[in-house]
Design a protein around this ligand. Structure first.
Ligand code: ATP
Ligand code: MG
Length: 645
């Protein structure tokens, strides 16, 4: 266990005893607990009903603060303007470090969001209408999200790396009135043609869909008169103030499609009141955020992490939040740390995939920069292997910053399992304990019964609702109930497997689909991957099962080697022996394929369902691949597959 320092505890919002007491209260009487916590945001009409939720399959219904009214944009902007109008709300750090960063104050944010809201209104967008955003990480993305919230429109952000097809599907599924895009998206020195992608997407959409274009790089694009709208020009001409609309707590705030690592993306719906209370509270406690801190979440606003922890959580708390347009390795592998030093970042939040790739470049890129402002480090997106955890702790945190490994999902709106940095000692690779109001349970997948022993493993479910929970899937409440409430009746099923240790700490073992059964032994693929990555020659690994005559399932490992390491048969033997000694003979991979690249979603998650198909020698129908970052890696893997039959 790695406890926080006495110094850290002294300044933290909450210590160990405080956490235990508050957690116990939060699950003993959720309605009373959240009635109190709901006050952290401003309501137009106060709520009298706090919690009305049921997980009963067939009638799943989730309502929080349902008779309260509020406006999310007013909570994120207006209420701060009187006291901190001149404080920076958003620091925008452009892709090219030679372009100066922008510091946008709360007062300026109010004006820009108002102008954008007035442009949307002028084009007929109102309460309940859907607006799709397909934008780079630029201030206009934040303006657009908050402008929608201001007038009660529902935004659906589509990551700028997605294809025209993926964009068209999302515009059609949500029946959006408007798509807001930009001419180009610069990232890592390259430019993605967003406008021309949008043109392609709109071929497959209703011709009523309007296209608003942010001229960001200023490069030439095609222009369709009558359909395309120059956002910046219209914002400049619009009125500088827009009154906010009174919204019900349960009115939808946004739709966001999941990353699709396990199948067809789902249109997750989040509503206004409960979501904001939860985003704001988790942001404060998980990152031990204090007034005046500079907070940096490196995610894209195309992911839920960007929604809750670049925008809504930090701004609800009156924080200074960084929006970064670029990538960790441009112009060099020190970019993250250069930005941390430049803006004196206090809390830094990123994904294991980024940490692993930077780890592969060597610690010298970190050591060049002054990281003394950092207090808390965060991780999200997948289990963080202890190797990467230790590197992060030693080289970035210098052993003095607690690491918060936050387990949560698009569906959960905010953190579910996470250390609170002054209260919960960490263990490398564990998401530790539940956040306030979250009741995790471990179920036996064989009989759906709750496992009551402390030390156990199984599937992770949640026994009761929390305010940040999704309410439905857009236009498909049926699929919502099927996906999350059918398999384990009375519980929300996360889809993830987990282990609970003797201290009551949770360890996510990966998707339940990713558990393999070798000669009767159930094994999480994450464990084998973690062992492989611990070898000095290995940069990344992905493990899946495949049908094996004798064992039932065999272990198939895709291995990406460190820069400059030669793939040889000797190395293959060495890795087999390595896993044998690290975990045991049962975990020895049967087949190892050298993989120069792995199929990943745009958010950096390995798409194991594709790897499973290749390992099974069944690659005819790979399913939905529209969310892949680089589809060409798949052909390479099929070409060199190890199981031919
Ligand atoms: P889809 O549901 O469409 O397959 P997805 O699950 O990849 O997409 P997200 O909601 O972005 O989309 O990801 C949530 C999942 O990410 C979790 O269910 C879990 O598997 C994984 N995850 C997130 N954070 C952590 C973490 N700290 N530790 C372990 N796993 C994590
Ligand atoms: Mg999921």
């Amino acid at each position: 266990m790695v406890p926080p320092s006495a110094d850290f505890i002294a300044k933290a919002h909450i210590d160990a005893a405080g956490y235990e007491k508050m957690y116990a209260a939060s699950v003993a009487d959720p309605a009373a607990f959240w009635a109190e916590q709901g006050k952290r945001i401003d309501w137009i009409r106060d709520y009298t009903k706090v919690k009305d939720t049921t997980f009963d399959y067939g009638q799943v219904s989730i309502k929080w603060f349902e008779d309260g009214t509020l406006n999310v944009s007013a909570n994120c902007i207006d209420r701060h303007v009187a006291t901190r109008g001149d404080q920076t709300a958003i620091i925008w750090e452009p892709d090219d470090p030679k372009t100066p960063a922008q510091h946008i104050t709360y007062a300026q944010l109010l004006e820009s969001v108002s102008r954008m809201a007035n442009v949307l209104k002028a084009h007929g967008v109102g309460k309940g209408d859907r607006v799709v955003l397909y934008l780079p990480m630029i201030p206009e993305a934040a303006y657009a999200m908050l402008a929608c919230a201001r007038i009660g429109a529902i935004h659906s952000v589509v990551f700028a790396g997605f294809s025209p097809d993926a964009l068209a599907n999302r515009i059609n599924d949500s029946e959006a009135k408007v798509v807001i895009t930009a001419d180009f998206a610069p990232r890592g020195g390259k430019k993605t043609p967003l406008k021309s992608n949008t043109d392609k997407a709109l071929f497959d959409c209703s011709d009523k869909v309007k296209c608003m274009v942010v001229k960001h790089t200023g490069d030439q694009t095609t222009w369709i008169d009558g359909r395309d709208i120059d956002v910046k020009a219209e914002m400049a001409a619009a009125k500088p103030y827009c009154a906010y609309t009174e919204m019900g707590a349960e009115d939808p705030l946004f739709i966001l499609y999941t990353s699709g690592s396990t199948g067809r993306p789902k249109g997750v719906v989040h509503t206004s009141g409960g979501y904001l209370v939860y985003a704001s509270m988790t942001h404060q406690y998980t990152f031990d955020y204090h007034e005046g801190d500079v907070f940096w979440c490196t995610a894209d606003v195309g992911w839920v992490t960007g929604h809750s922890y670049i925008l809504y959580g930090p701004l609800a708390n009156g924080a200074t939040t960084i929006m970064f347009e670029g990538v960790p390795t441009y112009p060099d592998a020190g970019r993250f740390w250069e930005v941390c030093a430049k803006h004196k970042v206090n809390q830094f939040y990123t994904a294991p995939t980024a940490i692993r790739s930077l780890m592969g470049m060597g610690p010298e890129w970190v050591e060049k920069h002054d990281l003394s402002s950092l207090r808390v480090l965060g991780s999200v997106g997948e289990p963080i292997n202890p190797e990467a955890w230790n590197w992060y702790n030693t080289h970035v945190g210098k052993g003095k910053c607690p690491i918060v490994d936050t387990f949560w999902q698009t569906e959960t709106g905010g953190h579910m399992l996470t250390p609170l940095p002054g209260a919960i000692p960490t263990k490398p690779g564990s998401a530790t304990r539940p956040f306030f109001g979250v009741k995790p349970v471990v179920l036996d997948p064989a009989n759906a019964e709750v496992k009551t022993e402390t030390e156990t493993d199984g599937v992770l479910c949640i026994a009761d609702s929390w305010p940040g929970q999704m309410r439905t899937l857009w236009g498909d409440h049926e699929r919502f109930q099927e996906a999350y409430f059918a398999q384990y009746r009375g519980y929300y099923f996360t889809g993830d497997g987990c282990r609970r240790d003797a201290d009551g700490y949770y360890w996510i073992t990966g998707r339940v689909d990713d558990v393999i059964n070798v000669s009767g032994h159930r094994m999480g693929t994450a464990e084998v991957e973690s062992a492989l990555v611990a070898h000095e020659a290995v940069a990344e690994a992905a493990v899946v099962g495949y049908p094996h005559d004798i064992k039932g399932q065999g272990i198939y490992a895709y291995v990406t080697l460190m820069n400059g390491v030669e793939p040889t048969d000797a190395l293959r033997k060495e890795l087999e022996a390595w896993v044998r000694t690290e975990i045991g003979p049962i975990a020895k991979p049967d087949l190892i394929q050298w993989a120069p690249g792995l199929p990943k979603t745009r958010s950096g998650k390995i798409m194991r369902r594709i790897l499973r198909k290749i390992a099974e020698n069944d690659f005819g129908s790979l399913g939905d691949t529209s969310t892949l970052a680089d589809p060409s890696v798949v052909d390479e893997l099929i070409e060199n597959r190890m199981n031919r039959g």
